[in-house]
Design a protein around this ligand. Structure first.
Ligand code: AMP
Length: 175
């Protein structure tokens, strides 16, 4: 049975002004700590892709790693981390992306995705979509095929989906 919106929402904590004033941070740690809901939400994500499983699931540090690893296991896929600069030990490929003020960068190991492999991107929250767009560019630089982006929470008022033209974007909960 699918989890209701209410079951998910009551385990997502709104933290105002974190990490900076004006941001309402969607804290998924209560959801992750609830065994039935964590399992249920991971199964829901997996059920969407089970008929066309990706070769690889990739997630963006740090919170994305938690559902990402679980979804990879559920789909029988490999797992590839995308990280902030300087964190990955081997040779990397980088992608810059715009933040509200300034730019940031994401990196992936240059041999993490083989040309032609299919990749599902998993993250906790889709906000402006800049992070997911940068992850997509990294995978494409390595010759990977992005099957889609699956997030637990979509902040639809920030329009992230509009930055991800032509990519299937799936969310478990929309605000
Ligand atoms: P985006 O603006 O879509 O590039 O989001 C940047 C990253 O920050 C994503 O990986 C999200 O996990 C995280 N993020 C953005 N906004 C929030 C928020 N309101 N609550 C929790 N995480 C957020």
């Amino acid at each position: 049975m699918r989890l209701t919106e209410d079951q998910l929402k009551r385990l997502i904590r709104d933290v105002p002004d974190f990490p900076q004033p004006g941001i309402i941070f969607k804290d998924i740690t209560p959801l992750l700590a609830d065994k039935a809901t964590f399992k249920g939400v991971v199964e829901q994500v997996c059920s969407h892709w089970v008929e066309r499983p990706p070769d690889v699931v990739t997630a963006i540090e740090a919170r994305g790693f938690i559902p990402g690893g679980a979804v990879a296991l559920g789909l029988g896929a490999g797992f590839v981390p995308i990280r902030k600069p300087g964190k990955l030990p081997w040779k990397t490929v980088s992608q810059d992306y715009q933040l509200e003020y300034g730019t940031d960068q994401l990196q992936i190991h240059e041999d993490a995705v083989k040309p032609g492999q299919t990749v599902l991107i998993v993250d906790d929250v889709l906000a402006t979509g800049g992070t997911a767009a940068a992850a997509t560019q990294l995978i494409r630089k390595l010759g990977g095929v992005v099957l889609g982006i699956h997030v637990l929470i979509e902040l639809s008022f920030l329009g992230g989906r509009d930055r991800l033209h032509g990519i299937e974007v799936v969310s478990e909960l929309v605000y």
